[in-house]
Design a protein around this ligand. Structure first.
Ligand code: HAM
Length: 428
């Protein structure tokens, strides 16, 4: 038989223990921040009903589905995102769910994407979502949680040149502007999906795509002009004071001021997001340092998703924060923590005869909370020390025939100071 392919499936990652340590550190930070804001962890299965992602507005995610029919002819998909599952779970609970509810999750997601820096076909996403709060206080809280994580991860947010910024807009600004032209509902969602691609395809192609969803050249040019607006003051010049998107952004900025993170916010009307379900605030987090020009995280308000899925509309807002971009960014900046294997001590029986005593000693040490490896290799003493030091152990317990006979173990500290002493086995 020829050898199997040693590479993981294209776009997916093998996670060796040294990478897993970093992943667990990242997940630990995410969990701690979410819990510190009172969010509860939940999960759903990676297998979902495919129909949850099949949206007629032309969302890119629909074309990237890993979908198939199972043996019972159900149309299923590996989830590309968690939000629709979240909505499904909220709908299933119905009025039994006390609102507002604050939930978080760390789902693995699958998208058939062109793989490139920061983009894989499989990634993990930290999600925090609030259901049942119509106020932009929810958005402000979510952004504050993201900022707290960035700080804990070692990114510099203070001063005039923060390493990460939040690009924020509100779809209602554009929605209100287009409603005046008679464009709303599904057509509006389709317009959002088109203009989300503007950066990638350029203005000319955007106008062509807009024409395909029924927006003529003149209106198209008006849309592009609005998307070029930066900052609340400039926006105030462009839209009437009663534009609900403008009002919401003004309220949001005031709240973010209170959170002490207004200096990180860039009001940027070009942010629209590629998921058609967003109805209000939309935002993306971007690094200002390093070479990765992709969003680190993205979120938004989606007050109609439950209604689109056939239920009752309920205010919802949240974000997804991927593991790929942030890990690459921290790696590039040399800020990933250096994490050892976390082994405290190694017990070294010199021959198989000492294995039972070694195991009893190890078991007793483990019960006191220590991480213990028993080295059964029978290797030379010098090599046992070397390997234990490589593994980061602080102590080596040596058990030879004589020690067992005398009821003791040799305890040797590792590293620069190699001190040996005999300790009665009864002490453990
Ligand atoms: P999204 O912008 O599609 O939003 O994804 C959120 C984040 O997941 C991105 O900013 C990125 O960090 C990461 N991500 C997405 N696709 C990939 C990929 N192919 N490779 C690596 N990382 C990726 C959503 O998924 C929404 N459901 C987020 C949300 C939650 N909105 C409200 N609640």
């Amino acid at each position: 038989m020829s050898q199997i392919d040693l590479q993981p499936v294209k776009g997916t990652r093998d996670v060796y223990p040294e990478d897993m340590r970093v992943r667990q550190w990242l997940f630990g930070q995410w969990r701690e921040v979410a819990r510190s804001f009172g969010y509860e962890e939940y999960d759903a299965c990676v297998l979902e009903h495919a129909e949850l992602y099949i949206r007629k507005a032309g969302d890119e995610i629909t074309g990237q589905l890993y979908d198939f029919r199972d043996k019972g002819d159900r149309h299923l998909a590996l989830r590309p995102e968690l939000t629709p599952s979240f909505a499904r779970m909220v709908m299933a609970k119905g009025s039994a769910l006390p609102l507002p509810a604050r939930w978080f999750a760390l789902p693995q997601c699958f998208r058939y994407e062109d793989t490139q820096k920061g983009r894989k076909r499989e990634h993990y996403q930290w999600n925090m979502d609030v259901v049942g709060l119509a106020s932009v206080a929810a958005e402000a809280e979510l952004m504050a949680a993201q900022a707290e994580f960035c700080r804990r991860a070692g990114l510099k947010l203070d001063g005039s040149e923060p390493e990460v910024v939040w690009r924020v807009s509100n779809r209602q600004v554009l929605g209100h502007f287009l409603a005046a032209m008679g464009i709303d509902g599904d057509q509006f969602a389709a317009v959002c999906v088109v203009i989300d691609k503007r950066d990638k395809i350029g203005d000319a192609a955007t106008l062509v795509e807009l024409a395909k969803v029924g927006i003529d050249g003149e209106r198209g040019a008006g849309i592009l002009r609005l998307l070029d607006v930066r900052g609340l003051d400039a926006l105030a010049q462009q839209v009437p004071a009663d534009n609900p998107g403008f009002i919401a952004l003004t309220e949001l900025m005031a709240l973010l001021e209170g959170w002490g993170i207004a200096h990180l916010i860039r009001i940027d009307l070009s942010v629209i997001r590629g998921l058609s379900y967003y109805t209000g605030t939309v935002w993306e987090v971007f690094a200002q340092v390093g070479t990765i020009r992709r969003a680190i995280a993205g979120g938004g308000r989606y007050d109609n998703l439950c209604a689109q899925l056939g239920g009752t509309a309920v205010p919802m807002v949240g974000f997804g924060f991927g593991d790929v971009v942030i890990t690459e960014l921290l790696d590039e900046l040399g800020r990933l923590p250096v994490l050892g294997k976390g082994i405290d001590a190694v017990v070294f029986p010199m021959s198989a005869k000492e294995f039972p005593v070694a195991n009893r000693l190890a078991a007793s040490l483990r019960r006191s909370g220590k991480r213990i490896v028993v080295d059964y290799s029978g290797r030379r003493f010098k090599n046992a020390i070397e390997r234990a030091e490589q593994d980061g152990a602080k102590i080596l317990y040596i058990l030879g025939g004589n020690e067992v006979k005398d009821g003791v173990v040799v305890e040797r500290t590792l590293g620069a100071e190699r001190i040996e002493r005999k300790v009665p086995l009864a002490d453990f």
